[in-house]
Design a protein around this ligand. Sequence first.
Ligand SMILES: [Fe+2]
Ligand SMILES: [Fe+2]
Length: 231
Amino acid sequence: MKTRREFVVALGAATVFAGSLPLAGCKALGEKGEDVSANEDLMREHGVLRRALLVYFLAAPKLRTDPASVSPAALHKTAVLFRQFGEDYHERRLEEPFIFPAVKGKTDELARYVDILLAQHRRGREVTDFIMSQTAGQKLTESRGLPDAFDSFVLMYQQHTAREDTIIFPAWHKSLSEGDYDKMGDKFEDIEHQQFGHDGFGDAVKQIGQIEAELNVADLAQFTAAAPPKV
Ligand SMILES: [Fe+2]
Ligand SMILES: [Fe+2]
């Protein structure tokens, strides 16, 4: 039996071949014929951004005790990825023009959320500018500024994405008919191709993987929690 994804891919191929079957109701087909809904697209982008936040989170204590042990180039690349993929694409091309305006008028609570989320986008861009300026040189020097900026940025953006995933994106999905929601998945795919000219998400996953390898934090097993004390 075919999986749903295989079925959607097969239907897309059959439509191209036959030129007659309607594709209405199918979700966007990603780079390799993947079936990616609009909210899955947004949330997997958050996954890339959370991996960048974890790079900052892990770097902060090292910067306080032994700044020379941290590669400024790897942190700089993380900030450039956050700027290009997070701020200039995910925030400016998807959330700000499509998601926030659609949910802002629904309830007073959502309107307040949108105002705060927009303020956090603006603050995030200031922090990213600061991180890029501090990591542009060959060496990192002892300073509280960078690790303090990492800590407060990580907390803000973890909260930010968690509220978007659990409150804003579901409210946006609910505000659309299923047909319009499917069309938005296609639109997001088109915008991604316009912005990056190819598979923006796939490239971003590769980039964060390379940064993690450079900083020796690529092996997931090292983060398995210690067993709790026996009671
Ligand atoms: Fe956001
Ligand atoms: Fe977001």
